[in-house]
Ligand binder design. Structure first.
Ligand SMILES: Cc1cc2nc3c(=O)[nH]c(=O)nc-3n(C[C@H](O)[C@H](O)[C@H](O)COP(=O)(O)OP(=O)(O)OC[C@H]3O[C@@H](n4cnc5c(N)ncnc54)[C@H](O)[C@@H]3O)c2cc1C
Length: 429
């Protein structure tokens, strides 16, 4: 019997609260799922009463805060099974990357995880997944072998490229629109260490040094840059908080000596506030981005860029109240996957994001998007569309036009009543 929680329960608030605090689901009933049978019970209840269904694993990627209906929480479904010989892992719906990384490491293997190990591996992967080794291996979604999902008719289906190829294609990109996924089989890679970490420089100008440097790096080098308030601590007096630091994040999966040689031009740029780049076990990959681990109310927006000229970098110079993050894409992210999926925008070379604290969206988000328009592909990355920016218009921009039309056709087939609408929404016809 599935464990259900309603608003009159003491557990209601803690169960619906995730990492993102700027908004929260307000469902009529929460199904705290422990297995696929519980998920089926939740969808069956929703279908019988024509109620919308939302899903939450960790709450890092809240798109639409559902008002009413059913919320399925999957945090208890956090198992991982590694098959070292086949170099694959089966991950349950609510498993964070940290558990997959820990389970794979003893076998000399690593997954295509991203900046923050606390992020849910399943949702990250179905949303694309731009990871620490993304330029070498492409999207995490490009390396999925099978997806187990409860569809709108409450059936448990195993979608693979051979069985249910349409559903498999649609889930890899269209994610929560097609059902509640209960598990995923992903490929693992023979990686035990990275030459990786962070370089910090005072002020803003080192962003230009990074911009010039990425023009000549191999695909094995995946990096990004952030401009952050520095020192970033609540006890620092207000005038000092206008100071900023440039945080360059490095992940190189080749030999450490080669990694060291490759980043030499960055080290030569000037004095570093901190230099934490060295050979690290993959299990310490969290130190590369050093993302917050405590729940936070934040707003994020982004543009995908074809190129990053100096003027595009300068668009961030005046954004003192925010964090700016630019990720280097390209490489394998630009190539089509062996098994097709719905992930779009493979023509982007950079992802340029702005993050602000709080529940309001400050004007800097729209101003930056407008300033970057000359170099924008016009696309969006689904995984980086949160809350106020996860509009239907932006979701559409995450896909190539023909793929979006196919997704709408498949949505009409698999979920004509639009039960799964409290997500990055793709409407049926
Ligand atoms: C600090 C931080 C760092 C990040 N770093 C990266 C990064 O490096 N690369 C990258 O690509 N992304 C990154 N992301 C984005 C992240 O991958 C997405 O937000 C992802 O959706 C989070 O998944 P979750 O399970 O943790 O979050 P949740 O909020 O629990 O889930 C997000 C959404 O996914 C859908 N969903 C969840 N579970 C299921 C399911 N079982 N079946 C169907 N749909 C489901 C739901 O619509 C849900 O609203 C980051 C986000 C944060 C906040």
């Amino acid at each position: 019997m599935a464990h259900t929680i309603t608003a009159d329960s003491d557990q209601y608030d803690s169960e619906r609260t995730g990492f993102q605090l700027s908004a929260r689901h307000r469902p009529d009933v929460i199904f705290a799922a422990e297995d696929a049978a519980d998920v089926r019970a939740a969808v069956s209840h929703a279908s019988a009463h024509n109620l919308p269904v939302a899903v939450q694993a960790t709450g890092h990627g809240l798109a639409v805060a559902g008002d009413g209906g059913v919320l399925v929480t999957t945090g208890r479904m956090n198992g991982v099974r590694v098959d070292p010989a086949a170099r694959i892992a089966w991950i349950e719906a609510g498993t964070p990357w940290s558990r997959v990384i820990e389970a794979a490491a003893p076998h000399g293997l690593a997954p295509l995880s991203g900046a923050a190990p606390a992020v849910g591996a399943l949702s990250y992967t179905l949303g694309g997944g731009i990871g620490l080794m993304a330029r070498e291996h492409g999207y995490a979604a490009d390396h999925v072998r099978a997806i187990e999902v409860v569809t709108a008719d409450a059936e448990l289906v195993l979608a693979t490229p051979d069985k249910e190829p349409d559903l498999f294609w649609a889930l890899l990109g269209g994610r929560g629109n097609f059902g509640v996924a209960t598990g995923l089989e992903i490929a693992l890679f023979p990686v035990t260490t990275l030459y990786g970490g962070a370089l910090f420089f005072d002020g803003f100008d080192a962003v230009h040094a990074w911009r010039e440097w990425v023009a000549n790096v191999p695909e094995e080098m995946t990096s990004s840059v952030a401009v952050i308030p520095f020192p970033d601590a609540p006890f620092v007096p207000e005038p000092l908080r206008a100071r900023r630091a440039t945080h360059i994040r490095i992940a190189y999966a080749g030999p450490a000596e080669e990694g060291e040689r490759l980043i030499e031009p960055l080290r030569a740029y000037g004095p570093r506030l901190m230099d934490k780049v060295e050979e690290i076990p993959y299990t310490r990959s969290d130190i590369i981005h050093n993302d917050p681990t405590d729940p936070v109310a934040s707003q994020s927006s982004h543009s995908l860029l074809r190129e990053l000229p100096p003027q595009a970098v300068e668009a961030a110079r005046s954004l003192t109240g925010t964090i700016v993050e630019i990720r280097h894409l390209g490489g394998a992210l630009s190539r089509p996957p062996v098994t097709p999926n719905a992930i779009g925008n493979r023509n982007a070379s950079f992802l340029y994001g702005v993050v602000s604290r709080g529940s309001e969206v400050p004007p800097e988000h729209a101003q930056t998007e407008a300033a970057l328009r000359p170099w924008s592909t016009g696309g969006k990355a689904l995984n980086f569309l949160f809350a106020a920016h996860a509009t239907e218009e932006n979701v559409k921009k995450a896909f190539e036009p023909a793929a979006y039309e196919r997704l709408r056709d498949l949505k009409t087939t698999y979920d004509p009543a639009d039960l799964f609408r409290h997500t990055h929404h793709i409407p049926p016809r």
